[in-house]
Design a protein around this ligand. Structure first.
Ligand SMILES: [Cu+2]
Length: 299
């Protein structure tokens, strides 16, 4: 990057943006020469396991990982015109993937709540449109499942789309529980096949090992805490490829705290600063527990 933050290499090198005014595409890393830490994968795993409502999961992701990546890159990425920088689309696709993992993990495919434009968000709310994007006034409830109604994609490291779309829920379709089973059965095992999954399996096995000495961790990882021994064994086998890896990222080092959201970022989004602070405090507490236990991050 140049001294003015203009991006000088990579696919968007020397790009001049026209929105909201003419300027070079800029980045301004949060730690000066480098991008600061984002949010530990273990913290996000904990949200996926323990959050029962989308409103909670959304706050956890919104006030943590979502903002951390925007602010870590800085420049255009930290503004309302962040889509100028291509990172935006990969970052938001990953958040969509995490949401899908959460939906599957919680059997909560149609769990949709939290503050909406007209009070509490509802599945029959119309997807927001403006003069540039048009979704044909489709309801939110029609796009909750990957693989259907325009959501024509899936993720390698997440469950495959289910065999059918059971919405509206009181039509002849099944309920969330049946859907979850369908999703599991049609997906090749959720924890196999890719190195991403092997890494995640190793994370879960190691967290399982750390629970004995640090009981408070069970609250953050309720699904790991309730794993049957046979399931832990299966996960160990999935993780085997990683266990023997001597890559340098597997050395024992402390997990870093997630960053704080900046004042301008909190103001720009109209967040409640106390909620943002609470989410940060909780995440730091989990990092402390993990660092005080015998857990070693595979990441
Ligand atoms: Cu964003």
């Amino acid at each position: 990057m140049g001294s003015d933050g203009c991006v000088l290499n990579g696919i968007q090198s020397n790009w001049t943006m026209s929105f909201p005014n003419r300027h070079c595409l800029q980045r301004q890393y949060s730690d000066g020469d480098s991008i600061g830490p984002w949010v530990p994968a273990e913290v996000i795993s904990s949200y996926i396991q323990s959050d029962r409502q989308l409103a909670d999961f959304r706050e956890h992701i919104e006030f943590g990982y979502h903002g951390a990546v925007h602010l870590g890159l800085g420049g255009d990425a930290a503004t309302k015109h962040a889509p100028n920088d291509f990172f935006f689309h990969m970052h938001h696709a990953n958040i969509d993937r995490l949401w899908w993992l959460w939906q599957n993990g919680q059997n909560a495919f149609f769990n949709y709540n939290g503050p909406g434009d007209r009070g509490e968000a509802q599945l029959d709310d119309t997807i927001p449109e403006d003069r540039t994007v048009n979704f044909g006034r489709a309801p939110v409830g029609s796009v909750m499942i990957l693989g259907y109604n325009g959501m024509c994609y899936s993720y390698d490291s997440a469950p495959a789309p289910p065999a059918r779309y059971p919405w509206p829920p009181n039509g002849d379709g099944g309920d969330d529980t049946r859907l979850a089973m369908t999703a599991r059965n049609t997906s090749t095992s959720v924890l196999s096949g890719s190195s991403v999954m092997a890494g995640h399996a190793l994370e879960l096995v190691r967290i399982h090992g750390a629970l004995k000495g640090q009981g408070e961790l069970s609250e953050y990882f309720p699904k790991v805490a309730s794993l049957a021994p046979s399931r832990v064994e299966m996960l160990s086998q999935t993780a085997t490829g990683k266990k023997n890896c001597t890559c340098k990222q597997y050395v024992n080092r402390a997990i870093m705290y997630p960053p704080r959201m900046t004042e301008p970022w909190i103001r720009m989004h109209g967040f409640d600063p106390e909620r943002v602070e609470q989410v940060h405090r909780d995440a730091c507490r989990l990092v402390d527990l993990l660092n005080d236990s015998n857990y070693v991050s595979p990441y």
